[in-house]
Design a protein around this ligand. Sequence first.
Ligand code: HEM
Ligand SMILES: CC(C)=CCC/C(C)=C/CC/C(C)=C/COP(=O)(O)OP(=O)(O)O
Length: 299
Amino acid sequence: MRTLELGLGFSAARMQAFYVLTKPRVNALIVFCAVIGMFLAVPGGLPPAATVLYATLGIACVAGAAAAMNCLVEQGIDARMARTRGRPLPRGELASLEVAGFATVLGGGGLAVLYLAVNPLTMWLTLATFVGYAVVYTLLLKPRTPQNIVIGGASGAMPPVLGWAAVTGEVSGDALLLFLIIFAWTPPHFWALALYRTADYTRAGLPMLPVTHGPEFTRLSVLLYTLILFGVTLLPFATRMSGWPYLIAATLLGARFIHYAWRLYRDYSDTLARRTFRFSILYLSLLFAALLVDHYLPG
Ligand code: HEM
Ligand SMILES: CC(C)=CCC/C(C)=C/CC/C(C)=C/COP(=O)(O)OP(=O)(O)O
């Protein structure tokens, strides 16, 4: 295919490479959870459209910048793993300096939108989330401890809190419940993948749980965190933040996730681990969709 040269070194292929750096599929779900936080923050009504628009744009830009920074810092590691060696930096499609510039402009722009068009609290919380992922998780925890994703998961769990803060200007107990759900979800989400990608992580020298503690302990950990997750997902109903429709959805989805985790524990295969990982994404998407639907159902 002929690339469209636009001058200044921009081409369709390079634009595509910058887009890939922002990990668009992961961030689509992150932004989805933030948007749901915005809607849940308003009892029985709709949040202002301009706030939703600007907050979504700002959070998406900062999340994209965080992903690009992660790709920049980890280009050496990414080159050693089969799953990530096709990324733009290891392939030499982009230079480090360009990526640093891209992340700075994207992240700075996102923060400016949040500060000017949403509110300062949301900007500061989003900045803290960026630092949590790009610095604390990527630089400090990931190369050091198998608890990296448990602690680092705190920044991945922030989006609904950011959405809530954008609309209300504060962080409430309900927003913290949404945080807890993603926080408890992250370990089974990631360790399911790490189980069938252990060779990658060993080669890259990263101390992920299956590398340091073996597959059996990791499978047990997936099962235990999935049970904790199930308990946590009951809290919105217990606190009357959500009603019966949510409870039914959370129970059905939770039962399915526990079933996956149980089978993974008892009768492991890479195929099952891959399916469990894929299900974890569907699970979180549907659970948050259920929170939203429940919020607007009459009664
Ligand atoms: C520290 C926390 C997390 C870790 C370590 C983690 C790890 C991963 C990894 C390694 C992948 C595979 C990516 C790839 O192959 O390109 C992945 C995929 C994914 N993650 Fe996570 N994740 C975390 C948090 C989250 C959060 C908070 C969300 C959303 C709320 C999320 C949503 C997704 C989605 C949607 C995918 C699938 C991407 C695709 O289909 O290409 N993750 N995650
Ligand atoms: C709103 C905002 C600033 C959000 C930032 C937080 C954020 C982007 C969390 C996503 C978590 C994520 C992409 C983990 C991938 O793990 P990894 O980096 O270990 O995966 P990899 O091996 O694929 O690079």
